[in-house]
Design a protein around this ligand. Structure first.
Ligand code: MN
Length: 136
């Protein structure tokens, strides 16, 4: 095995059970063992956002474009701008997405858990209208 380009991936629409609004995902890299790394580019249209969810080994987001939000359960909403990098610890419930009036694109980096039976991501309830910021 040597250094090699990875196969190009199609842009796919994020499933409605995980996302509110229109979200498009490219899964750029899914590591083969011993790598457990996953790298996606996620493009949120204005107002689109994830449902509440948690990652078994945490997640790092790097914002490449637009304006967005991330919020952990019980904490305040954090505004996201291009160049921001945010880390959400393992097992912490949170959501992320675009503001009401702008696109937001981020790279998402996370790992599969070492226990192959444990899900990488657990999805919960959608973010209520009262929880999602109404915008300025
Ligand atoms: Mn996440």
């Amino acid at each position: 095995m040597s250094t090699q380009k990875q196969p190009r991936t199609a842009t796919v629409k994020g499933p409605a059970e995980w996302f509110t609004g229109d979200v498009y995902v490219n899964a750029y890299y899914t590591g083969r063992a011993p790598s457990r790394t996953r790298l996606n580019l996620v493009r949120f249209t204005p107002g689109a956002h994830t449902a509440w969810h948690r990652h078994a080994v945490g997640q790092t987001l790097h914002v490449t474009e637009g304006r967005g939000y991330v919020q952990s359960r019980g904490e305040g909403v954090i505004e996201l701008h291009p160049g921001d990098t945010v880390y959400t610890p393992a097992g912490e419930w949170h959501w992320h997405g675009a503001t009401a009036d702008n696109f937001m694109c981020h790279l998402a980096l996370w790992e599969a858990p070492t226990d192959g039976d444990e899900p990488e991501t657990v999805w919960g309830d959608t973010v209520d209208d009262g929880q999602y910021p109404a915008g300025e």
